[in-house]
Design a protein around this ligand. Structure first.
Ligand code: FPP
Length: 236
């Protein structure tokens, strides 16, 4: 079954390759992260035109705290600036922002920028952009398992959303894209990707653009998603 082009999708992206993009140019890694912000802008702008209704971007994993202090500081500044300066633009584009992950280690300035961006863009209805910051899927699953009382998958999904400050009732991932030549999940959306289609692009994240997203979606729409069943044509 070819996927219908009108189906609204939840796409998640592991934005990998900023550091290598910069190193290959003899530039500091921070320059790769700054170029990565431009790629985020391009992809967010293109997403609604390509049938995406939820876009979840992996920006900073809980294990990324182990990076050199200077790099972590640059990233935190970029996230704060992005949320403060882009929120109005997002609202104008009908893009709702939501940050998922832990909030207690981000610092007061970033925490307040997150709250403001979420509040300002709350009325937007065309696209939800979830940005994963200080995010660990295993920690999210552990938090849901130890603090919630779920007895169904749906309730457990809600407990995970609650544990990560996610908006509620977000559909599962249809397509997970990873850029930057690696082929692993890196503790991202392990529960939510149960039936996700996986797509790997060798482009380094700062080089990823609307065309790259379009190619990924074209590939996705050629896939047959069976969810454990057999193809309709094979049913006797
Ligand atoms: C992975 O590349 C990328 C990150 C850890 C940071 C992602 C951040 C951005 C794309 C910038 C801003 C994002 C938002 C949402 C404003 P890497 O540094 O691990 O690259 P490498 O594997 O080549 O070293």
């Amino acid at each position: 079954m070819i996927q219908s082009t009108s189906q609204k999708l939840h796409v998640a992206i592991i934005m990998d390759g900023n550091g290598r993009w910069a190193s290959r140019r003899g530039r500091p890694r921070s320059e790769g992260h700054r170029a990565g912000v431009e790629a985020v802008r391009r992809v967010v702008e293109a997403a609604p035109t390509l049938g995406i209704e939820v876009l979840t971007l992996y920006a900073f994993s809980s294990d990324n705290w182990e990076r050199p202090r200077g790099e972590v500081q640059v990233l935190m500044q970029l996230f704060r600036r992005f949320l403060s300066t882009e929120a109005a633009n997002c609202l104008a584009q009908q893009v709702r922002l939501n940050v998922i992950g832990r909030r207690d280690r981000l610092g007061a300035g970033l925490d307040s920028a997150i709250r403001q961006a979420e509040r300002l863009t709350a009325p937007a209805g065309k696209l939800i952009v979830r940005i994963a910051l200080d995010y660990s899927s295993r920690d999210a699953i552990l938090a849901a398992a130890t603090s919630g009382h779920a007895t169904t998958r749906q309730q457990f999904s809600r407990d995970i959303e609650h544990a990560t400050h996610s908006l509620p009732d977000i559909p599962g991932i249809d397509l997970l894209i990873r850029t930057g030549e690696e082929r692993r999940l890196s503790d991202f959306l392990l529960w939510e990707c149960a039936y996700a289609e996986l797509y790997f692009s060798d482009a380094l994240w700062p080089d990823f653009d609307e065309e790259g997203l379009h190619l990924a979606l074209e590939d996705y729409r050629r896939r047959e998603r069976r969810f454990g069943r057999i193809p309709v044509s094979a049913a006797g």
